[in-house]
Write a protein that binds this ligand. Structure first.
Ligand code: SAM
Length: 307
């Protein structure tokens, strides 16, 4: 999806951050002592926030959903792009107070919504075309991403792109290829629906307070159609069974699906001795299609389903 320019966006680059107080002042004024329970590690380096915003590509005419704006560092960088508007979801009431002057200064381009991002359907808060850009709170990052991938599975055009910061280990899982230790359920689900590209690392010392791990910005772009045909829920069920016992051969690990794993693997053209980490995304999709057909046949013949 390309976000197109329109009249509304013609003047948006006029945003001038110069009169805004430094982020450290905002933090001090609003007593934003970082809370671990909210995954708060603030990014105050303007070069880095600008680099993240640039990694999102051309945002002309796009609505940007930002999760967890905190004191607003990345939000300022996003306001300096050609984005149509920024819709920021923040759970911490202290941050909401800190963001109010920025929203007022933005000339209506920043809307801040108070709430838990896990309970909010992003398609209802920001009209399309929309993208997501966020320095995600690590404790809920994979839950949020999985929710967004499910939205994309239903509608590949729901989100133009996602430019997200994760802890490096999660970023590596997202981009991992078959045969690597990091390859798992999240790799299959994300790569089935999207192209995943690692953008750059950010060292822990760049954050206030520094987290224990390195962070990585990832650019995730939904495909117009998924890599291969499969039902999202069935694919997730098959990968859960396969990677649930990743060291075992598939003829053993897939037994938890409640059907004959040998027949399933033979019909999908997969060696029964193969292991989950060697199967590529299209092979998992083949397994999901065969498993879905097997369950349908079982139900139609009045047999006992494995579900
Ligand atoms: N964007 C800011 C930055 O880059 O400095 C802050 C990023 S900090 C890693 C994560 C932010 O997400 C915090 O502001 C935190 O309060 C917020 N947050 C944590 N859990 C949240 C949730 N479930 N829904 C919305 N925001 C949340």
């Amino acid at each position: 999806m390309i976000c197109v320019s329109n009249e509304l966006t013609a003047s948006v680059t006029d945003f001038d951050p110069t009169p805004l107080p430094p982020l450290r002042e905002v933090i001090a004024e609003h007593g934003l002592r970082a809370r671990k329970s909210l995954g708060q590690n603030f990014l105050l380096d303007l070069n880095l926030t600008a680099r993240i915003a640039r990694s999102a590509g051309d945002l002309s005419g796009c609505g940007v959903v930002e999760i967890g704006p905190g004191p607003g560092g990345l939000t300022r960088a996003l306001l300096a792009t050609d984005a149509r508007e920024i819709v920021a979801v923040e759970r911490d009431p202290r941050c909401l107070a800190a963001l109010a002057p920025l929203a007022a200064y933005s000339g209506g381009r920043l809307r801040v919504i108070e709430g838990d991002a896990r309970a909010i359907d992003i398609t209802t808060i920001c009209p399309a075309p929309r993208v997501i850009v966020a320095n995600l709170p690590y404790n809920v990052a994979t839950v949020l991403l999985t929710d967004w991938l499910e939205i994309i599975a239903r509608d590949p055009h729901a989100v133009g792109s996602m430019t997200l910061m994760f802890q490096r280990e999660v970023a590596q899982r997202l981009a991992a290829k078959p045969g690597s230790r990091a390859y798992g359920r999240l790799s299959v689900f994300a790569q089935w629906l999207c192209a995943v590209n690692i953008a750059f690392d950010i060292p822990a010392r760049a954050f206030t307070p520094p987290p224990k791990v390195t962070s990585t910005v990832v650019r995730i772009t939904p495909r117009a159609i998924p890599l291969a045909e499969a039902d999202s829920a069935v694919l997730q069920r098959v990968t859960a069974a396969a990677f649930g016992q990743r060291r075992k051969m598939l003829r053993t690990s897939l037994a938890t699906l409640g059907c004959d794993p040998h027949a399933l693997l033979a019909t999908a053209g997969i060696e029964p001795t193969a292991r989950a980490e060697t199967l590529d995304v299209t092979a998992f999709c083949a397994l999901a299609r065969v498993f879905a057909a097997d369950r349908k046949n079982t139900l139609e013949s009045g047999g006992v389903s494995g579900s």
